[in-house]
Design a protein around this ligand. Sequence first.
Ligand SMILES: [Zn+2]
Length: 456
Amino acid sequence: MRATIGIDIGGTNVRAARIGADGVVQDRRARPSLRDGEGCLRLCREMVAELRDETVAAIGVGVPGQVDFASQRVLSGGYVDLSTLPFAERLAQETGLPVTLDNDANMALLGEVAQGAAKGLAHVVLLTIGTGIGGAILDHGRILRGRGVAGQLGHLTVVPEGRDCVCGKRGCTETESSGTAFGLHLAEAGLPAGTRAEALLARGDAVAERVLHRWAAPLRGAIDTLIATLSPEAVIIGGGAGAAMVAALGRVPARRSWFHAPVLGAGLGDDAGVIGAAVAARPKGRRAVLVNGVPASGKSGVAQAIAAATGWPILSLDTVKNPFLVELAPVDRLMNRTLGRAAYRSIFDLTAQFAPDATVIIDAWFGFQPPEVLQAGLAAAGITEVRQIWCHAPPETIGARYAARVATRPAGHPGLDYVPELVALATRARPLDGYPSHEVDTAAPLDRDALMRFLA
Ligand SMILES: [Zn+2]
């Protein structure tokens, strides 16, 4: 995989970096932000020209404000307003590179998941505490978008009769717990402007504690609500005032509750946005979960458990093949194998028509064809990431399961005389080499958590 350029457009600075496929920042730039859309576009174009080399395949841009990801348009801007021009389209035209645009908090979350405090997690909530409050939600490894701009966590109502917010509501997280709100709490307490949260944390007197409580308690409420609503593995707090907020939240401990998730400080600091934008820009590929094992090894139950938890479609070799066995009956063993090969090809042909970033569960005994056939199929289907679930059970158990279901299968599947051969096959069968693998003993109760952790 090749390098990408990540750009993070902030109110103060525009940061850009060329980042390798390994996640290493190879080169970077930062310039003061420009408020107007055309000026900001020119700035991005210049920074891309400076960072670009022959390895750069695409550009990702994180922007403040609401972004409709599907149309790649900025819907509303704050200090830097990019809603007045087709920013992504223009940058793509002017650089000749594909451009992926998203809200800056979504980009920061992708960065933290790729390389930061949420590395490897699939269910994460991010809150960025700065001038305002940004938010982003990762659900099953994907940014939650609702009908467009889900995740505006700066506008959760936390104080029903609170201050007026720019969004039109009152008492939002942003009006109570942002960096700006901290200044207001200071003023209300009669403390000098510019007093830092760290200084209040060190003081510990009643006035300081009241300011910290007023600042952090509404966010604690928002975090508790988010945990109960979304059941994340972690809540990450980032942004310029993120570290201070994590410390202030220590003054408002979570109550013991049915609902719990760790609250962690962000790991990448100012780099989260550019790293996430570079990750978002990477060419997408499809993902396949190969549920592998000999016939009657319990694959379909495992595939169904994964599908139930994720919503990913299952393509099962038997499901594709069986209607042909029925229509072409009687079918001998040679024809059964021929249909098996055709069904195998169909699975990859179908997958090639799925969304470019789709994940598909493929339920098959992959040992019936040479690995080169699988590799060719994966390539033809645009599958760039593969995980294998190896299903096994004691060979006698597999033989007994096969014997028990012979009567219910379409004619053309081998009959009872196949059982000794299957038991011998189960004794020597091994998973495919070269793919990350997770073993499931289907004679034991399924450990769904371990399975889903592997697939996260
Ligand atoms: Zn609001």
